[in-house]
Write a protein that binds this ligand. Structure first.
Ligand code: SF4
Length: 110
């Protein structure tokens, strides 16, 4: 599988945000580090594993945490941001609020 570059990964998250109507975290240093984490994960595992979670060992086992993870919609709606705080709800981003640590629904679901 072709390796992903930082640019590929940045394009990917921008596309996800646009498609879902989410806003990327305006803290560009923080967002860059998550984009880099996604790139590293893609090049290591072959898929965009969430940069804030560990692999369970296979794509099948990680299917719930391929970015955007299946928990992102609820987290963005309820907390204003996804677990990693990469994607924000637009009104949350505009309010200037800082993302806070939220429980990992993946763990809650197991
Ligand atoms: S928490 Fe979900 S949506 Fe946010 S970066 Fe991780 S996988 Fe992507």
């Amino acid at each position: 599988m072709a390796e992903k570059s930082i640019q590929d990964s940045a394009k990917f998250v921008a596309m996800v945000a646009k498609k879902q109507g989410w806003t990327l975290n305006p803290d560009s240093e923080f967002t860059d580090s998550l984009v880099e984490g996604l790139m590293v994960n893609f090049n290591r595992y072959g898929y965009y594993l969430c940069p804030c979670r560990d692999t369970e060992g296979s794509r099948e086992a990680d299917i719930d945490v391929l970015c955007p993870c299946k928990y992102a919609w609820d987290d963005v709606a309820q907390a204003g941001h996804c677990f990693c705080a990469l994607y924000l709800r637009p009104d949350f981003a505009e309010s200037g609020q800082q993302p806070s640590g939220i429980p990992d629904k993946r763990i809650q679901n197991t």
